[in-house]
Write a protein that binds this ligand. Sequence first.
Ligand SMILES: *[C@@H]1O[C@H](CO)[C@@H](O)[C@H](O)[C@H]1NC(C)=O
Ligand SMILES: *[C@@H]1O[C@H](CO)[C@@H](O)[C@H](O)[C@H]1NC(C)=O
Ligand SMILES: *[C@@H]1O[C@H](CO)[C@@H](O)[C@H](O)[C@H]1NC(C)=O
Ligand SMILES: *[C@@H]1O[C@H](CO)[C@@H](O)[C@H](O)[C@H]1NC(C)=O
Ligand SMILES: *[C@@H]1O[C@H](CO)[C@@H](O)[C@H](O)[C@H]1NC(C)=O
Length: 319
Amino acid sequence: MFKTTLFQLFSAAISVSALSSSIPWEKNGTFGHETLSITRKNNGSILRLNIQNGPINLYDAKLGTDMTTLLNSLIPSNIPSNAKYPPPKVIVFSSDNPDFWMGHYDLELLIPGRTNLTTDETNALFANAVATARLLSTLPTIFIAEINGHATGSGNEFLVQCDMAFAGPNAVVGSMEVAVGGLQGNGGIQFLVRKLGMAKAAEYLLAATSIGAQEAADMGWVNRAYGSAKELRKAVDALTYRLSILPAGALNGTKTAIRAFGPNVGQSDADVATILRLFPEEIPLLPRFLELTDNQTANAFELGALRDIRDVEKAEGLV
Ligand SMILES: *[C@@H]1O[C@H](CO)[C@@H](O)[C@H](O)[C@H]1NC(C)=O
Ligand SMILES: *[C@@H]1O[C@H](CO)[C@@H](O)[C@H](O)[C@H]1NC(C)=O
Ligand SMILES: *[C@@H]1O[C@H](CO)[C@@H](O)[C@H](O)[C@H]1NC(C)=O
Ligand SMILES: *[C@@H]1O[C@H](CO)[C@@H](O)[C@H](O)[C@H]1NC(C)=O
Ligand SMILES: *[C@@H]1O[C@H](CO)[C@@H](O)[C@H](O)[C@H]1NC(C)=O
C-alpha cells in the first residue's frame, strides 16, 4: 500500500496545476479557493488568506487542494504574461476560528479504505502537501503566519516554514506526530531546530508536546506574542503594509539569501522517506486518535493538544 517511492510521490505532485484566470491567486470563498477566503489590500500587493475549513481547520483534501492551487499560481513560471497585477509581495495566513489556525493532516486520508478516494488520490494529496509547503520557502512572496489558535501537526509544519509568525493569546503550537508513531515532515523538524536549537527542538518534538503563545515567542518558535487578537492584527497589518511598499526584487533577494541557511531539500526528502517507512506502524494507531477526537472535531482531547499527560496515556492506549 505505502511502498510508494519518493519519485512517484513527487510525480503525482505535479498533477495539480493552477486554474486559469487573469488573477489566479485572487480567487476567494465564492470563486474557487473555498477554504481560503481572500482579502486584498494596497492594490493587491498584500493578500490576507483566512483559513476556514470546518471545526479544526483540518488539513484535508479540500484545504490541501486549495492551498496547492493557490501557491502553484504564484510560481513565477505559472504567472501569465498578461496578468493584470503583479503577484502579491506579502501573504498573511490567518483564521477567524477561535480555536484553530491550521490543524493536523486528515488522519482519514492515511487509513486505507477510510475515505472514498483511491490510493493514488490519497498519495497525490500527501505529495502535494509536501510540495506545497516547500513553496513557502522558494516563492518570492513573503509569507506571514498570524496565529491565534492551534497550529499543530501539518499546521505547525506550515507555520515554521513561513517567513515570519506572530501569535495571539489563543495560539498553540506543537507536534503530536511522535504520539502516533510518526514525525513532522516538510522540513518541519529542520526549521524548528534552526529556530529553537537542537536540545529544545528535541524536548518538544520527542515528547509530542504543544505550547502557548508566550512560551513560543520566548523561544523563537514564533516571532512575537500579543495580548489580544486586536493587537496581533494591528501589528501584522502595520508590518505587511511596510513590506508592501518596499521593492519586490529586494524582498525576494533578501528572502532567498535568508533561506540559503536551510534546511536542505535532501534532508527534507529523507524525512518524508522516514514518514513513509513508518506508515505501516502508524496506521494501526490512528483509529484511536479518531475516536479520541470524536472524528477530528474540536473536542477536549483535540483542544488539549497532548499538553496533559493523561491525554498522552489515552493516545497510547494505556488508559
Ligand atoms: C469574491 O470575489 C468576487 C470577484 O472579485 C467579488 O465580487 C466577491 O465580493 C468576493 N467575495 C468575497 C466573499 O470576498
Ligand atoms: C495598481 O496596480 C496596477 C498594476 O500594477 C497599476 O497599474 C496601478 O497603477 C496601481 N494602482 C494604484 C492606485 O497604485
Ligand atoms: C462515500 O460515497 C458515498 C456515496 O456517494 C457517500 O454516501 C459517503 O458519505 C462517502 N463517504 C465518505 C467517507 O466520503
Ligand atoms: C529571487 O532571487 C533569487 C536570488 O537572486 C533569484 O534566483 C530568483 O530568480 C528571484 N526570483 C524572482 C521571481 O525574481
Ligand atoms: C466516527 O466515524 C466512524 C466511521 O465513520 C463512525 O462509526 C463513528 O460513529 C463516528 N463517531 C463519531 C463520534 O461521530
